[in-house]
Design a protein around this ligand. Structure first.
Ligand SMILES: Cc1ncc(COP(=O)(O)O)c(C=O)c1O
Length: 347
């Protein structure tokens, strides 16, 4: 029999629920590229209403949705201000330059936040000599600082600064719902702080495929054209959209458990010799550990964990990532903690 692994590599490994599979079987579909798939239209309406925006567009992936947003907001050569470890900048294959033609300006964040003073200073004055500031991008939750939540007040401050300068704001909200279930913030309040946002269905929400790009009416119409030339217009995508409708009811509330499990995992690792938390807080479902052990590095711990039936992700020499999601149980968590304790004690 194949070995079962407790898979903490990412929440993207989650598989659709039984209800999602049933919803796929019974979905009414059309041809969305021709504009007549009723299930896609329903999903887009649910999400635009949820975030208080005029429109939404169902996209194959979060990467495509982010890059489509950038290519819609800016004209090539305009500057995009973004946090230096943001997914859209660092992990989307250089798409900001390749697809959007963006002139990128990064700022090192503090727990995912662009410090307001630095952000204000980075917005360019109008000058024939300088790139025009075309967009500010934020990430909610911020993956590389450990799934940290950008507080609503902070988002409001960025939004008012950006509006003052006439610069739009895009939020990469791949895991925005992990923040939303923690804070209880009305999604429409998040919507009011930006001009566009992306939310993923295929992470903790457990859909097989899909993200939504959400924004104003004319923005979404222009994004629809960009999605087309990016190759993201789909046909009977209602089968996939059907899973998203189920997710709003079924898997979204479960994200609170994922967040709580991650905090428990962090708490149990705390104090183990040779490991330390590589983040200030555990706000949601992402945990980065630094391997400080003299005789071990992150790939060695990753490999030893695999031998114990636990999958984590080594990112570089010292960093090890754990992500909680609905396929890792409390027992998996206890097993991972015991395995980590054995590995650091043995060496
Ligand atoms: C913060 C963040 N943004 C965007 C994406 C891209 O999503 P996708 O994998 O659907 O392209 C990811 C994927 O893990 C992510 O973590």
């Amino acid at each position: 029999m194949a070995q079962r692994y407790a898979d903490f590599r990412s929440d993207t490994v989650t598989k659709p629920t039984q209800r999602m599979l049933e919803a796929m079987l019974s979905a009414s579909v059309g041809d969305d590229a021709l504009g007549d798939d009723p299930t896609v239209q329903k999903l887009e309406r649910r999400f635009s209403d949820l975030f208080g925006k005029e429109g939404a567009l169902f996209m194959p992936s979060g990467t495509m949705a982010n890059q489509c947003a950038v290519a819609t907001h800016i004209v090539p050569g305009e500057e995009v201000i973004i946090e230096s470890s943001a997914h859209s900048f660092a992990y989307e294959g250089g798409g900001l330059a390749r697809i959007g033609g963006a002139h990128v300006r990064t700022i090192e964040g503090e727990n995912g936040r662009l410090p307001l003073g630095q952000l204000a200073g980075a917005i360019r004055p109008v000058s024939v000599h300088m790139p025009r500031t075309g967009l500010i991008c934020l990430e909610q939750t911020h993956l590389f600082s450990g799934g940290t939540i950008l507080p609503l007040d902070y988002l409001r401050e960025v939004s008012s600064l950006a509006r003052h300068h006439g610069v739009p704001v895009h939020i990469d909200g791949a895991r925005l719902f992990n923040a939303q279930v923690e804070t209880g913030v009305d999604p429409a309040d998040y919507g009011r702080t930006c001009d566009s946002l992306m939310v993923s269905l295929s992470k903790g929400l457990s859909c097989p495929i899909g993200s939504l790009l959400i924004g104003g009416g004319s923005f979404i119409e222009r994004a629809r054209r960009v999605r087309k030339w990016m190759g993201g217009a789909m046909r009977q995508s209602g089968y996939l959209a059907a899973c998203g409708l189920v997710a709003l009811d079924e898997t979204l509330p479960l994200l609170a458990q994922d967040n709580a499990r991650c905090r428990r995992l962090g708490g149990q690792v705390l104090g183990m010799d040779g490991l330390r938390l590589a983040q200030d807080t555990i706000d949601t479902n992402i945990l980065f550990l630094e391997v400080t052990h003299a005789d071990l590095d992150a790939p060695m711990v990753e490999s030893a964990l695999r031998d114990e039936g636990v999958l984590a992700l080594a990112l570089g020499d010292r960093l090890l990532r754990f992500v909680t999601h609905r396929h890792v149980s409390d027992a998996d968590l206890d097993h991972a903690v015991a395995a980590l304790a054995r590995i650091v004690a043995k060496n």
